[in-house]
Design a protein around this ligand. Sequence first.
Ligand code: ADP
Length: 475
Amino acid sequence: MASPKVDWAKYTDEQESLASKVTNLGISQPTTTPQDGSESSKSDETEDQISPAEKSLLQKIIRKGLVETTKDLEIQRKDPTSPLYSIKTFEALHLKPALLKGVYAMGFNAPSKIQETALPTLLADPPQNMIAQSQSGTGKTAAFVLAMLSRVDPNKDYPQVLCLSPTYELAIQTGEVAAKMSQFCPEIKLKYAVRGEEIARGTKITDHIIIGTPGKVLDWAIKFRFFDLRKISVFVLDEADVMIATQGHQDQCIRIHKLLPRTCQMMFFSATYETAVMEFAEIIVSNPLIIRLLKEEESLDNIKQYYVKCKNMDEKYTAITNIYGVITIGQAIIFCHTRKTAGWLAEKMSKDGHAVAVLSGDLTVEQRIAVLDRFRAGLEKVLITTNVLARGIDVEQVTIVVNFDLPIDQDRQADCATYLHRIGRTGRFGKSGIAINLVDSSHAMQVCQDIEKHFGKKIHYLDAEDAEEIEKIGA
Ligand code: ADP
């Protein structure tokens, strides 16, 4: 999907004007901006909430590569005597040469931990069913896309592989992986069954793979009979946890599943492993191999944490530019409590010649994708974002995180979980990083101390006026 060109100056203006409208509407809103992050109105926060599907999408967009993990794979199967294979190279899978070429062209040298075990099972004959659960970024999509592609018989001109995704955007993401991986297999054809895709009545789909959302797939298969579910030999249900969080999707998936042949290979993927997901899995997948990779814990071990005392927003801004001017920073992410602050900061930084991106709740999905695409590509070095939106999004490549406002919960107490998620890194592979907390009130100081106490890790004082001291933190 081509990223639309984005006019940042216009964006910031739009965000600013929108933010000011929102503030003006609030009857009890103070006319001046308090300096401790308390300006956030309830509606600000609610608007910046994102759905599980959007969170998953943003996570995919911002990720550069595999999440490394130290955890061992947990494997369960009904018949423990059946052999279980694991491979260390893609060659060992005996793929079609053109497909193997596609895998290497994507820059994959060796299978990820989950792929080592999942791929031989997914490609085995006779086909085996699988449930795989692991956090986002561990290689699930690449695994099932490879399985989908290698199962296609291009001589048969009807859909043989069906993959369900919770949303339009997630379906497109999967389709793009399939398109890349099959770049040397032009005979394999893929069709999206998503909103906006229309087919003339009476048409029969001749493409081999259908990737779509449950509602559209039901329409195409049952209402319009564009293809025959009884001829599907591989069924993939992706993002099952997001699927069940979306109203009506679970029932639609089950209706589709009922019409598949019993011989159809079932693959079921989820980033989480709660009971509701497993109950859903039991309905969809019989006699599966279950693969589970526990999520890596986040820690502050390799992070140098500092706090800077400021009197107001302008001083916070000066602190950031001082730090930025002295140490050579890779990419930075700055968390603000509200869109208004984010917009204000973005405008100020852009005016000073910094390449900044803003990610906040008032952007459309396409705009968010564009923002994150550009940031991941390094076109902008600084990403300014609001609290709620960024929660749950890992940005591994970022070396410095600034809390323009410290994370607080609804009771204005230290929100330690959010702090850890913003600042922490996972596993022993976790790179070192720098965290800067801007403290501008006694309340913010208290929050900072509570966070320090909670994690038992020192947050050092930093004088942002002192270039020599700043230089030391970057060393
Ligand atoms: P998940 O579906 O679990 O979120 P993905 O399959 O999307 O994981 O993989 C996460 C990232 O890692 C993607 O950028 C993908 O291109 C990359 N990736 C997947 N498998 C490999 C591999 N074997 N080697 C290198 N990179 C990989």
